[in-house]
Design a protein around this ligand. Structure first.
Ligand code: SAH
Ligand code: SF4
Length: 357
């Protein structure tokens, strides 16, 4: 492999410290030459190996409601989209699905939905308490922006982690894509979640219309600034029933570089190989795992609901039975020589904080 001369010291720095400047990140993200690309991916994989080892953590994803009050321009669940059939999984059934995950040996339930106020603070707390008192699982919430009192109540009820992607660090682009959401408010939510003590995840889409390499560098630096425990990164995929239907989808290799560089900069964060990666490429998730990712989130939404959770089209595994997904995902992890974690896969930051007290 012959990488360009300017690349060599940057790759070394990437592996040794990850302290890359904005300019250096932009330079690396913009490399498209095959050998340069591969060197970045390999560096991400090397840092993953050194900082978090070979284990891949499995999270069971439950998409429990596709109702949403928001109008994010990229998302098929946006409230103005009248073309999708909406569903809500009853609270009791959500708890049962989580208990089933527990029986399968999965140690984290991720409860995801559109922004749906039908699930009030009380209802959510009840679901969380029931899961926590009948299983030994971690509960991760991914339900958008809520009043700060709700976040505190969810934590008090026993929720462990919260995912709230920042979507894009660029204020102008954020404004353009979110007619009814304010970037400062979203970032304030992230800070509050951290303050309350959630293991907190942010993240962004790659290939949003109008996004530049500089924006992606800023996305990665924002993750560093917010000292996140987790970061979800995936390509933008246009949905036909949204205002962005005609925009091109995010590039796989650019998304993989973003994952690798995020690993390089954040060192020991939990990085999922996202479903969106797997949706634009048959082996997108394996490729992400070999670029620095160490988490997968197989879908355990019951089949009768799953097809309606269409954030973007052609989502991976839309017709697979949860049992099949389970085996398939484990097979994919083992096929690339990785191991499957048997613990809850908590944030290394949290574990460090515990041992230092
Ligand atoms: N309503 C919650 C969680 C569900 S949406 C929230 O918005 O936080 C989960 C993620 O899906 C979003 O954070 C966004 O990054 C991603 N997403 C939405 N539409 C997408 C699209 N068209 N392509 C790729 N990812 C998309
Ligand atoms: Fe709703 Fe989340 Fe989709 Fe925005 S990204 S429309 S908040 S489900």
């Amino acid at each position: 492999m012959s990488i360009s001369r300017e690349m060599k010291p940057l790759i070394e720095k990437s592996i040794e410290t990850g302290n890359l400047t904005r300019e250096e990140l932009v330079f690396l993200i913009s490399r498209t030459e095959e050998d340069d690309f591969q060197a970045i991916i390999n560096a991400g994989d090397e840092v993953r190996k050194r900082c978090v080892g070979s284990d891949v953590h499995i999270r069971g994803l439950i998409e429990f409601s596709n109702f949403c009050v928001k109008s994010c321009k990229y998302c098929g669940l946006r409230s103005p989209n009248a073309a999708i059939e909406r569903y809500r999984i009853p609270p009791e059934e959500i708890v049962e699905i989580a208990q089933d995950l527990n029986r399968r040996g999965i140690k984290t339930a991720v409860l995801q939905s559109g922004e749906d106020p039908w699930y009030t603070q009380e209802i959510m707390c009840d679901i969380i308490r029931k899961i926590k008192s009948t299983t030994d699982m971690a509960v991760t919430l991914c339900i958008g922006e809520r009043p700060f009192e709700d976040y505190q109540a969810f934590k008090d009820a026993g929720a462990d982690r919260y995912l709230l992607r920042h979507e894009t660090a660029n204020p102008r682009l954020y404004k353009e894509l979110h007619p009814d959401s304010d970037q400062n408010e979203r970032l304030a939510c992230l800070r509050e979640l951290k303050r309350i003590g959630f293991q907190t995840g942010a993240g962004f889409m790659v290939g949003l219309p109008g996004q530049t390499y500089e924006d992606i560098a800023d996305d990665i630096l924002l993750l560093k600034e917010y000292d996140v425990d987790m970061a979800g990164i995936g390509p933008f995929i246009p949905h036909p029933d949204t205002p962005l239907s005609e925009c091109p989808q995010g590039d796989l290799n650019l998304s993989l570089k973003a994952v690798a560089l995020t690993r390089i900069v954040l060192r020991d964060a939990l990085l999922p190989a996202t479903t969106a990666m797997g949706s634009i490429d048959e082996f997108g998730r394996e490729k992400a795992l070999q670029a620095g990712a160490n988490v997968v989130m197989p879908n355990y939404t019951p089949l009768k609901y799953r097809t309606f959770y269409e954030i973007y089209p052609n989502k991976r595994c839309i017709n697979e039975d949860p049992g099949i997904c389970d085996g398939c995902m484990r097979g994919r992890i083992l096929s690339i020589g990785r191991t499957i974690s048997t613990d809850r896969g908590d944030s290394p930051k949290k574990l460090r904080a515990k041992t230092s007290i």
